[in-house]
Design a protein around this ligand. Structure first.
Ligand code: NAP
Length: 312
């Protein structure tokens, strides 16, 4: 084997709560452990302003702070945390082979896929045209630029509700545009939205076209019940319509369901013996940080057992 190729007993791909919890358990379990976190380790929680439902924090914790704590905890316990992305995996032989975006290669006795999910876009050409020019997928990152402006959030789930509330810190008005007559967001967030005088919820409307010149100037909507059009004059449009599992590197290598989620059994095992998955990349139902952390724990425990069995 090439001397340049570093070997770890357990390699974890992904740096959300699932990945870091897996790294904590793997390192504490005595396995040499590497976690590849991409250029900005932390996953989706980096974009979450306040987490109120992660046990152990009496007061809300900022997503980025929670992830920093998990990273430091994993590193303190001996996990090597790499700020690079895994670009491809070869799961056809043993050890498993992984290639980073930098070109560096690694081998692993067991792999835990915890690559999470990526924000979805509406898919309209005008949306693509104005990304970075008024259209954003990250309110936490870009909200600051819309001080005193009217903005609009598309979506009806927890992410959209959180984004809308966050944007009220900067914007003069926030429209929350949802395609149905009922929000999907949790009751507590809905209460906060209704209590905020800056928020106007526009029910039963879908985006038709984003308009502007160099930058966004407005959005054309359609009422899904009456078919009537409505225009909102807004310079910021935040898309928060859910997520797609980040499984491109596993396509054709692991069993995925029709939506692209990795299929696992109750022991987090994938279709390849020795490869496990945890977190939003395989969770089609809960998608919660605490559930992902639990799944990361299970995946690491199973990976440790798998390695132990291999030694017998
Ligand atoms: P989500 O719950 O899947 O909600 C996506 C929303 O976007 C839905 O309201 C959906 O409408 C709408 N939507 C989807 N495609 C659309 C389209 N093409 N055009 C217009 N609207 C569209 O996604 P999420 O809000 O990102 O949340 C994902 C998971 O993370 C959830 O389990 C959520 O509880 C969790 N989360 C939790 C927190 C927290 O606890 N603080 C924060 C953020 C997220 P329909 O309702 O009509 O389907």
């Amino acid at each position: 084997m090439n001397d340049q190729v570093k070997h770890f007993e357990i390699v974890i791909i992904g740096s959300g709560p699932a990945g870091f919890t897996a790294a904590i358990y793997s390192a504490r379990g005595g396995a040499s452990t590497a976690l590849f976190g991409g250029v900005a380790p932390g996953g989706q929680l980096l974009q979450t302003m306040e987490i109120e439902n992660y046990p152990g924090f009496v007061e809300p914790v900022v997503g980025a702070d929670l992830m920093q704590k998990m990273l430091k905890q994993a590193a303190r316990l001996g996990a090597a945390v790499f700020n690079e992305e895994i670009a491809s995996v070869d799961l056809s032989g043993r050890p498993f082979r992984l290639k980073a975006g930098s070109g560096r290669e690694y081998t692993a006795g067991a792999v835990i896929a915890a690559t999470g999910a990526q924000a979805r876009w509406l898919g309209m050409p005008s949306e693509r045209k104005f990304i970075g020019k008024g259209v954003s997928g990250c309110a936490t990152c870009d909200g600051f630029f819309f001080r005193g402006k009217e903005v609009c959030v598309i979506g009806g789930g927890d992410s959209a509700a959180e984004d809308a509330l966050f944007l009220t810190k900067f914007a003069s008005k926030v429209y929350l545009v949802h395609r149905r007559d009922q929000l999907r967001a949790t009751f507590r967030l809905q209460e906060k939205l209704r209590a905020n005088p800056k928020v106007e919820i526009v029910y039963s409307h879908t985006p038709v076209e984003i308009t502007g010149d160099a930058k966004v100037t407005g959005i054309e909507l359609k009422n899904v019940v009456t078919g009537a059009g409505r225009r909102l004059e807004t310079t910021g449009i935040f898309i928060a319509i859910g997520h797609t599992p980040a499984t491109a590197i596993f396509k054709g290598k692991l069993n995925l369901d029709e939506e692209g989620y990795i299929v696992t059994d109750e022991k987090m095992a994938t279709s390849v013996f020795g490869v496990f998955a945890a977190g939003d990349v395989m969770d089609t139902r809960y998608k919660q940080a605490v559930v992902a952390a639990g799944a990361g724990c299970k995946a690491a425990m199973e990976a440790l057992l798998y390695l132990e069995e291999g030694k017998k």
